[in-house]
Design a protein around this ligand. Structure first.
Ligand code: BGC
Length: 343
């Protein structure tokens, strides 16, 4: 009996020990306690930007989906408030705190050289997004130990400009409402320091001329800083000054185009009948406007594809993989025919 009891006791101890062991193992797996933490610093040029808000939310969401039992991505997102000095401080702080990787949407692309040097000195990988540093800055730093540790993820703004030009050139009347063989247009630009603004302004018109085979008359070209209220004001003033002469309003982005749309409606003009209007980004509201005939077209600036690529690059860099210097994501032309796919 005594023997049986001691065997039973021993067996019970083994069972409880095993249970303990199992419990400890489950804790480590189930919670993130044993997981490695990767600190990701993200700088956005300003939070108050319609497109970059979609971009940053998707970036955060996608990072969360990548955290698992082995690794937790701790993402800190800073608002640069459109002030390069403020943003440079934020980057300095990330560097001092030994962040593992940075994703940077610079306030001024021209600030890239200084910032790259700081990150290079600290040997922290960087994924530049949305505001492309100059080719010279990119290639100058792509040498020695830092080569493969930084990249630019974006869309080729020349393509978006060309698509805007085609949206007008492909209309039956090529946008030439008054039939004088020339396109009278207004251009509303984003921040001119940004290549997206520069290329969209330039390539929308050159592609229009190529495809339509017509000349153009620029009535007005003004900077609206990507902002809806400014786009609305510029369009309102242009409509007052040039009235029926305006055949097309080209906007470097949708937020400004939505502002222009409000002014076009207030002036009693009708898109598709006596004026045309194009933007870029495919914001939900703009896609709806294209479907309703209140905008002629827009161009999808794929924030989902770009943010996912940026996250994938950041994770690759943390894992020691070499990055290619550029990662491009395509734009897509959005017309009344295909708009419902982009809603
Ligand atoms: C977008 C704009 C945005 C800008 C910010 C552009 O690619 O089209 O909507 O304001 O990026 O840099």
């Amino acid at each position: 009996m005594k023997k049986i009891l001691s065997v039973l006791l021993a067996a019970m101890m083994v069972v409880s020990l095993a249970a303990c062991g199992q419990k400890a193992a489950t804790g480590a797996q189930g919670g993130a306690a044993g997981a490695k933490t990767v600190k990701v610093g993200v700088c956005i040029y300003k939070f108050d930007d319609a497109f970059m808000t979609l971009y940053r939310n998707e970036l955060d969401k996608y990072f969360k989906s990548k955290s698992n039992a082995d690794v937790t991505y701790e993402v800190t997102i800073m608002d640069g408030k459109n002030d390069q000095a403020e943003q440079t401080n934020q980057i300095d702080n990330f560097i001092v705190q030994n962040y593992d990787v940075l994703i940077l949407n610079l306030v001024q692309s021209s600030g890239a050289a200084t910032i790259m040097q700081k990150c290079k000195d600290a040997n922290i990988p960087v994924v530049f997004i949305n505001r492309e540093p100059s080719e010279a800055d990119m290639s100058a730093n792509n040498t020695g130990d830092y080569a493969g540790k930084f990249t630019y993820v974006g869309a080729d703004a020349r393509q978006s400009g060309k698509f805007q030009g085609e949206l007008i050139a492909d209309l039956a009347n090529k946008g030439d409402l008054n039939g004088d063989g020339k396109l009278q247009y207004v251009m509303i630009e984003g921040d001119p320091e940004n290549v997206d603004a520069k290329y969209r302004t330039q390539f929308s018109i050159s592609q229009y001329k190529d495809k339509a085979g017509l000349e153009v008359d620029q009535l007005l070209d003004q900077v609206g800083m990507w902002d809806r209220a400014k786009g609305q004001q510029i369009a309102q003033d242009a409509l007052t000054q040039f009235g029926d002469q305006i055949e097309v309003i080209f906007c470097n982005n949708d937020d400004m185009a939505l502002g222009a749309k409000a002014s076009i409606e207030a002036a009693g003009r009708k898109v598709g009948e006596n004026i045309y209007l194009v933007g870029v980004d495919a914001l939900a509201e703009a896609v709806q406007a294209v479907m309703d005939g209140a905008m002629t077209g827009t161009v999808l600036n794929d924030h989902v594809g770009q943010s996912h690529t940026a996250v994938d690059c950041a994770i690759d860099a943390v894992n020691g993989k070499s990055l290619s210097l550029y990662n491009w994501v395509d734009y897509v032309k959005v017309t009344p025919e295909n708009a419902s796919q982009y809603k």
